[in-house]
Ligand binder design. Structure first.
Ligand code: NAP
Length: 294
C-alpha cells in the first residue's frame, strides 16, 4: 500500500461491501474521497458522504463506479442506497475529461461517455483484476458445487471448460481437492500446459465423447459451448455451473428439458468474498488512478 494519492479527489458512486473496504484505504493513501450511495454510519471521516452523484463528482479527479456498473438505463448498482442513483447525460457532461473506472460498462454508459468525452476505463477484464478475482470465483463455484451435489468433490469427475484466468485457478483448486479434473481448451499450448499440470486435457473436438464421464461441468467460456448435442451426452445427475458472463455458454432451456440442473452463477467475488475482493480493488485502483490522473 505505497501509492500516494495526496492531492487527488475521488468520487465513489454506489457499490456494495467491496467499496466499504476500499474507501477508507483510499483515504489513508491521502485521497479526498467523496461518496454517494451509502448510509451515514458506513462512511467514516475523512471520507465525505454526499446525497447525490452530482455533489460527489464536484471537483473530482477520478470517479469509481461499481464492478457490475449500471443497468441498461444508467441506474448505478448501489445496494445500500435508498435513492436510485442514475448516471445520466448531465452527470456525464460534468465529467468531461475525468477518468471513470468501472468493472463492466453497459452500451448505454459507453455511448454517453463517448459523447461527453469521458474516459471510461473497464477494469474487470484487466489481468491484474481478473487473476485476483479468479480466486473468489473458483471458491464460490466450488461452494455451489458442494451445496448442490450429494457427493464429494474428491474423486468426482469435474470438467472445466476454458483454461483462462478463471479456468486455471478453478482446475488447480479442484485437483487439490482430489477431483479427477478434465480441462477443455482449444489451443495446443493450453492443452500442453494442462497436461504439464497433471490435469486431463480435452480438446473441444473430443469433448462430446469425453463429457459423458462428468459429474460436474464448470463452464468459463463466454461463448455458446454447452450445446444441446453436448448436453445429450451428459449423465442425468451431472451438475452444470456456468461462470461465464451473461448469458453464459449453456443451452439452459435444453438442460431444463432434459432434467439436467444448470446454474448460471455471476458476480461470485462480490457475493462470496466481498472483503477479499475489496482488498484486491484497494491494491489495483490506486495505481490505475495515478496512471490516469497524472
Ligand atoms: P479468459 O481469461 O479470457 O478465459 C476465457 C477462456 O475461454 C480461454 O481459455 C479462451 O480460450 C476460452 N474461449 C473463449 N472463447 C472460446 C470459444 N469460442 N471456444 C472455446 N474456448 C473459448 O476469461 P476469464 O477471466 O477466465 O473469465 C471467463 C468468464 O468468466 C468471462 O465471461 C468472465 O466475465 C466470467 N467471470 C465470471 C465470474 C463469476 O463470478 N461468475 C468471475 C470472473 C469472471 P483462448 O485463450 O483460446 O481464447
Amino acid at each position: 500500500m505505497n501509492v500516494d494519492l495526496t492531492g487527488i479527489q475521488i468520487a465513489v458512486l454506489g457499490g456494495d461491501d467491496r467499496e466499504l473496504v476500499f474507501i477508507p484505504k483510499l483515504a489513508e493513501m491521502g485521497a479526498v474521497v467523496k461518496v454517494v450511495g451509502f448510509g451515514a454510519h458506513q462512511i467514516v471521516e475523512p471520507s465525505i458522504l454526499c446525497d447525490s452523484p452530482e455533489k460527489a463528482v464536484e471537483g473530482a479527479d477520478a470517479v469509481i463506479m461499481p464492478m457490475p456498473g449500471t443497468d441498461a438505463r444508467g441506474v448505478i448498482r448501489a445496494v445500500y442506497s435508498e435513492k436510485k442513483l442514475v448516471f445520466d447525460e448531465s452527470l456525464a457532461e460534468k465529467l468531461s475529461g475525468t477518468p471513470v473506472f468501472i468493472g463492466v460498462a453497459k452500451p448505454y454508459l459507453k455511448k454517453l461517455c463517448q459523447k461527453q468525452n469521458v474516459p471510461l476505463i473497464e477494469i474487470a477484464e484487466m489481468d491484474e483484476i481478473a487473476v485476483f478475482n479468479s480466486i473468489p470465483t473458483a471458491e464460490g463455484a466450488i461452494q455451489i458445487a458442494m451445496q448442490e451435489t450429494p457427493f464429494t468433490i474428491h474423486k468426482s469427475h469435474c470438467f472445466v471448460l476454458g483454461y483462462g484466468r478463471v479456468g486455471i485457478t478453478l482446475a488447480r483448486t479442484l485437483k487439490n481437492l482430489g477431483a479427477h479434473t478434465y480441462v477443455a481448451a482449444r489451443s495446443e499450448r493450453d492443452l500442453a500446459r494442462i497436461y504439464e499440470q497433471c490435469l486431463e486435457p480435452v480438446s473441444f473436438d473430443c469433448l462430446e465423447k469425453a463429457i459423458s464421464r462428468a459429474d460436474i461441468v464448470f463452464n468459463t467460456v463466454p461463448s455458446f459451448v454447452l450445446t444441446r448435442k453436448l448436453l445429450q451426452r451428459l449423465q442425468k445427475h451431472c451438475l452444470i455451473i456456468d461462470l461465464a458472463s451473461a448469458p453464459g455458454g449453456t443451452d439452459f432451456k435444453s438442460a431444463e428439458e432434459m432434467g439436467i440442473k444448470a446454474i448460471l452463477a455471476p458476480g461470485l467475488p462480490g457475493k462470496v468474498a466481498p472483503e477479499t475482493a475489496g482488498n484486491f480493488l484497494a491494491e489495483v485502483l490506486p495505481k490505475l488512478i495515478v496512471k490516469y490522473t497524472t
